[in-house]
Structures are given as structure tokens and as C-alpha cells.
Ligand binder design. Structure first.
Ligand code: TYD
Length: 139
């Protein structure tokens, strides 16, 4: 069962160069899982929020590849807000945590890596159900 303590900000390698900087990540090296899926969120209108769910199995790594936004993670007992605003670090979110994303700056882009292929059955979209599964120790 994961908790807020299992969430990690991971700093990625940075190759600074007068021609422009470069960062990268390798699965099971810089992030602790094999990547099965990559997706990105962009063109978020001002004031909109994303997320609002938990995954039963999927782990994620979230990078603000451009701009800034907040990720609020909740383990059913505690909530913590992480502001992502650099393309060379990201947030590792283990499975079984409720998360929301908000406060997107203009033209920001969230790049997300997942440990599983998309599976609608891996989502928990009802917060009360999340709390129930969490208190039963099922996630
Ligand atoms: P969702 O995961 O709810 O977005 P977010 O958590 O970022 O707000 O996904 C929104 C929609 O996109 C939903 O209908 C499912 C679809 N989707 C896919 O088809 N494949 C994917 O890999 C993802 C992440 C979402």
C-alpha cells in the first residue's frame, strides 16, 4: 500500500550546452519502472484541472516538459502538493494514490510515463470508492 512518503521528486540528468540543454531518462534506471505508455497533456485552458482519479496498478512519472503546473497527491489520509516547473525533474507517483493536476501555466505541457498500457479498469474515478479501497488495504 503506497502512501505520500513513497512519492518522489526525481532529478534527471542535465547536459548543459551553449547550443541548448538536454535531459533524458531511461526506464528502470532514472525511473523505477518499465515504460509501457507515454502521453502528454497540452492546450489546457486557464483554470482547468486534470486527473481526479487513482490507478490500481499503474505507476507514473510526470514531467512539466514546458511551463508549470501543480500535482496534488492524496493517499486517503494526507494530501501533498508538488509544483512542477522544470523539464529536468519529475514526480514519481506509485499506484494507489489519488491525484489531481491544476494551475497549468499558459502553453504548459505535462509529459507522463506509465508502467502499464491504457486500461479503463485500472482507474478509480470515484473518490469515496478510493477511500474505501484504501481503508480496506486493497490498494
Ligand atoms: P484521463 O486519464 O482521465 O486524463 P487525465 O487524468 O490526464 O485528466 O484520460 C482522459 C481520456 O483519455 C479518457 O477518456 C481516456 C483517454 N485516454 C486514453 O485513451 N489513453 C491514455 O493513455 C490516456 C492517459 C487517456
Amino acid at each position: 500500500m503506497s502512501s505520500i512518503q513513497d512519492i518522489k521528486i526525481i532529478e534527471l540528468p542535465r547536459i548543459n550546452d551553449p547550443r541548448g540543454n538536454l535531459s533524458f531518462l531511461e526506464q528502470k534506471n532514472h525511473i523505477p519502472f518499465e515504460i509501457k505508455r507515454t502521453y502528454w497533456i497540452y492546450d489546457v485552458p486557464g483554470g482547468e484541472a486534470r486527473g481526479g482519479h487513482a490507478f490500481k496498478q499503474n505507476q507514473e512519472f510526470i514531467v512539466a516538459i514546458s511551463g508549470a503546473f501543480d500535482v496534488i497527491v492524496d493517499d486517503g489520509t494526507q494530501k501533498k502538493k508538488f509544483t512542477l516547473n522544470r523539464s529536468y525533474y519529475g514526480l514519481y507517483v506509485p499506484a494507489g494514490l489519488w491525484r489531481e493536476m491544476e494551475n497549468f501555466s499558459t502553453n504548459s505541457m505535462a509529459l507522463e510515463f506509465g508502467s502499464l498500457h491504457y486500461d479503463v479498469h485500472d482507474y478509480i474515478r470515484d473518490y469515496n470508492e478510493f477511500l474505501k479501497l484504501k481503508s480496506n488495504g486493497e490498494i
